[in-house]
Design a binder for this molecule. Structure first.
Ligand code: ADP
Length: 482
């Protein structure tokens, strides 16, 4: 039995802003099912404290030296599906409305990472593998090698660093090396952590981890090129023999149309068409769209950011609106995008297109279940979770062929009758519109083919089964290293 420690900035069932929380909330229990012991560390944000405090168990409180002061750490825990979750509490850093986006994010997550290692030391826990996720935890492999390796608890521990999105790097002033991280300034001077005149937490993870993974095979290749490498391609190429892609799965219990409590009507592969129509009517009513079970319902559930191809949608909103479809967009993020979408939907009758500006987990479930097509024209996409959920709910993804979208969605081939969705190659709005029009044509003119693609989509393996085994084998491999 291997002892694995996950460190991440968000996880279900506690908190979620994106796909990272889906992954951290579902992969560990699969690793447990493979015979591993897994604990997960996340910060105790205000929202968790307010909604779940009564479910959390107090573990301990201690102090460590941070920014030349003794700073306290309270650790709470909760067992969930065989996984022990530890929540690091510090009111000064995490008792805030949002998870990220503060001027002192570097300090906050330096504290979080150091508190995890201090706590493992405090409880005398000897992990076999510490698996750090994204920039928020990128300093952990470096802290272990540069600071903790003299401690017998950490001298043998192996580290994995997973890049969920290279675009967010955690770039901060080098001054924090000494004050917040307790490391030497030479790590900036010798170039190891240096990024321009700053340090990069993401670069630290890539440089120091025993293995670096990312969340799809295609993205693993893409990020070694200057086009996708976010100026870290040279470092990634220097680790090419330790870099691999393992595609994400989803929690197939949570995303299960047969017993999803958020849906008006549950369904399975056999009654998907009938029940999708019934769900569609209910959702149209809920959102004020014209109630028409025959119309093709196209949807988007997303963070509104440049990564997601929202520019392509904005460029063609009028064309999309004029197609014989209805459209639902659920999302929040970039203010300009929110405004553009609001302006457009306010200028047309609400019966054909709606924009729900916000984050709504329950509504997202109903949208996935009720729609016919899910649009995801991403500029880049490390893996993507939404297209996996869509397929599981018999909603065909239309994606741009990039990263994990390329690895998980196979475009419909009308000659071979294969495929589980639709795709386009070039990042431009005409290619997206052509692909959308093709999907619309199949939907209305060739129901037999459409139903076949839905069947293929619902049969696609979107579970963690294969990928969890790959992670477990990766841990086995590094544990053989001296
Ligand atoms: P990313 O992590 O880049 O945001 P993913 O496709 O990997 O994109 O994961 C997005 C996850 O967040 C999915 O589970 C999706 O359903 C969810 N999500 C995104 N935006 C919203 C929203 N506005 N309301 C509810 N869920 C959302």
């Amino acid at each position: 039995m291997k002892k694995i420690v996950f460190c991440a900035s968000e996880s279900l069932p506690f908190i979620k802003t994106g796909g990272l929380a889906d992954v951290i909330g579902s992969l560990p229990e699969k690793l447990v099912a493979l015979g591993n012991e897994v604990s997960v560390f996340i910060p105790l944000y205000k929202k968790i404290a307010h909604t779940m405090h009564h479910e959390l168990k107090f573990e301990t409180e201690f102090y460590f030296n941070f920014k030349y002061h003794d700073v306290n750490v309270r650790v709470l825990s909760k067992e969930h599906n065989g996984v022990k979750f530890y929540l690091i509490e510090n009111a000064n850093y995490f008792e805030r409305d949002m998870l990220y986006g503060y001027h002192d994010d570097g300090e906050r997550f330096a504290y979080f990472q150091r508190a995890i290692l201090e706590y493992l030391n405090y409880i005398n826990y000897k992990a076999d593998v510490i698996h750090a996720h994204d920039w928020h935890c990128g300093m952990i492999p470096c802290l272990i090698k540069e600071k903790w390796s003299v401690n017998p608890l950490f001298s043998q521990v192996k580290t994995v660093f997973t890049i969920h999105n290279l675009a967010y790097q955690g770039i901060f002033s080098p001054q924090m090396l000494e004050s917040c991280l307790g490391l030497g300034f030479y790590l900036y001077e010798n170039g190891k952590l240096q990024f321009d005149d700053c340090i990069s937490f993401m670069k630290a993870g890539i440089e120091y981890a025993d293995k670096v993974t990312t969340v799809s095979e295609t993205y693993a290749k893409e990020i070694t090129t200057s086009h996708y490498g976010e100026r870290l391609e040279a470092v990634l190429n220097s680790r090419i023999h330790d870099l691999c892609g393992i595609v994400n799965g989803i929690d197939t219990n949570m995303w299960c149309s047969k017993n999803d409590d958020n849906l008006v009507y549950n369904f399975n592969r056999l009654n998907v068409h009938k029940m999708k129509r019934a769900n569609k009517l209910a959702l149209q009513k809920e959102l004020g769209l014209e109630e028409d079970e025959k119309v093709m319902l196209v949807s988007i559930v997303t963070r509104l950011t440049w990564q997601k191809g929202i520019h392509l949608i904005l460029e063609r909103l009028n064309d999309i609106y004029n197609e014989p479809i209805q459209m639902i967009i659920l999302g929040s993020g970039d203010l300009y995008m929110e405004q553009q979408l609001s302006n457009f939907v306010n200028s047309v009758p609400k019966t054909k297109m709606v924009f729900i500006n916000g984050y709504n987990e329950s509504l997202a479930h109903r949208i996935y279940a009720s729609s016919d097509l899910f649009l995801m024209p991403s500029l880049f996409e490390p893996c993507g979770i939404s297209q996996l959920i869509s397929m599981r709910y018999g909603t065909l993804p239309l994606v741009r062929e990039t990263g994990g979208l390329k690895d998980t969605v196979e475009a419909f081939n009308e000659y071979e009758k294969t495929g589980n969705g639709f795709s386009f190659t070039h990042y431009n709005s005409q290619s997206m519109l052509d692909a959308l029009r093709y999907a619309i044509h199949i939907y209305y003119a060739n129901k037999t083919d459409w139903n076949l693609i839905v069947k293929n989509a619902m049969k696609t393996d979107v579970s963690w089964e294969k990928s969890a085994v790959k992670y477990s084998l990766l841990y086995d491999e590094i544990l053989k290293y001296k």
